[in-house]
Design a protein around this ligand. Structure first.
Ligand code: SF4
Ligand code: FES
Length: 374
């Protein structure tokens, strides 16, 4: 008979649970769920060695353990501190923790630009969520921020270091998921940057996963950049027979077009199974996939607005007040507009769509209607 593991007791924000020895405070909090779970910008349960870089997960240990009940003198990183038997932890019930989180967000935003309106990650950015919850409405920073040129690393990924918060997740993916380390953090302190050695292309089969682990908009998918706001797309779970990976993905669709393919993520925003580049970048037709159903978005996110399971629709007031008669449509706004040339399939355009594509098209149409077409 297998030996039963001895569980230890930990109390987080007055909720007591039992966990296996060696569990971190963060994972213990995740097993409780809800608001007590500290935010985590660098820890990633699937990446060995991750955590301990960003300090967003700080908590207060008000009792070390039953054996040594002294409180820990400083706030600790919950992703890197293991629970002890009888430990008592404060997360959202500690003023000190909330104050520290505000401070960490302020530090992260010293160099990260607040360019959410033009950033591709808007709507699914963990730093954006964090700054809504813990940010201030103005910065106290008066000095020049560090900025970098955008760099294409390989044909499919673009790095904009200006937005990087140096969480190291992408470096661990390159180390642990793809074979051979191709990029890393170079230089020190303020000069630290994610870089590929002599700008080598990252052409490994699984390197696309760096896009999914990046908590901010520093690493983006060049096949999707600027094609659509993520909240206008409809995520569906899909799969295909793939010889390289599980083939289980999320398709971000608009109508029948597949705008983006990503790995499926769990409720903590972490990838469930790594996917290969072929599934991610080359399979952009709905017919390449078997659709399993609408994706459940667990994180509170603008993406989940208006299109999910369990959605409650308000009563149709007009039908009710008109005794069940449908309102007559006075104005038809349902025709497809030609303004943006609907015949251009954005999902098939490589890179961001630019004005000329549409102008050329408009010119051709004009020439055709004037009978000038050669
Ligand atoms: S590029 Fe993204 S994943 Fe990589 S270290 Fe910077 S923030 Fe983290
Ligand atoms: S998540 Fe713990 S330090 Fe970053």
């Amino acid at each position: 008979m297998p030996e039963e593991k001895k569980l230890i007791k930990v109390t987080i924000d007055n909720i007591t649970i039992q966990v296996e020895p060696g569990t971190s405070i963060l994972l213990a909090a995740r097993s409780i769920g809800g608001d007590v779970v500290p935010p985590a910008m660098c820890y990633y349960s699937k990446l060995k060695g991750s955590g301990g870089k960003c300090r967003t997960c700080l908590v207060e240990v008000s009792k070390g353990s039953d054996a040594d009940p002294r409180p820990m003198p400083k706030l600790v990183a919950s992703c890197r501190t293991n629970v002890m038997d009888g430990m008592e932890v404060k997360s959202i019930t500690s003023e000190k923790v909330l104050d520290a989180r505000n401070g960490v967000v302020e530090f992260l935003l010293i160099n990260h630009p607040l360019d959410c309106p033009i950033c591709d990650q808007a709507g699914e950015c963990h730093l954006q969520d964090l700054s809504y919850e813990h940010g201030t409405d103005a910065t106290r920073y008066e000095f020049q921020r560090r900025t970098f040129e955008k760099v294409d690393i390989g044909p499919y990924i673009q790095l904009h270091m200006t937005r990087c918060i140096l969480c190291y997740r992408c470096v661990y993916v390159a180390d642990q998921v793809s074979k051979g380390r191709e990029h890393g953090v170079l230089d020190r302190g303020d000069h630290s940057q994610i870089a590929t050695y002599i700008q080598e292309s990252l052409d490994n089969d699984f390197i696309g996963n760096v896009i999914d682990v990046c908590p901010v908009g520093a690493l983006t998918d060049r096949t999707f950049r600027f094609k659509n706001r993520v909240w206008f797309t409809k995520p569906v779970d899909a799969h295909r027979d793939c010889p390289k990976c599980s083939g289980k993905t999320t398709l971000w669709m608009r109508g029948d077009e597949v705008y983006r393919v990503t790995a499926r993520k769990d409720q903590w925003g972490e990838v469930m199974e790594w996917i290969c580049n072929e599934c991610r970048f080359d399979k952009k037709k709905a017919s390449d996939w078997v659709i399993d159903g609408v994706t459940t978005i667990n994180r509170h996110s603008v993406i989940s607005a208006n299109k999910y399971k369990g959605m409650e629709k308000p009563d149709d007031t007009i039908v009710r007040v008109m005794d069940g008669r449908k309102p007559k449509l006075l104005m038809n706004i349902h025709n497809v507009s030609d303004v943006n040339s609907p015949e251009i399939e954005l999902s098939e355009v490589m890179g961001p769509p630019v004005g000329e594509m549409f102008e050329i098209d408009e010119l051709k149409k004009e020439e055709k209607s004037n009978g000038k077409e050669k």
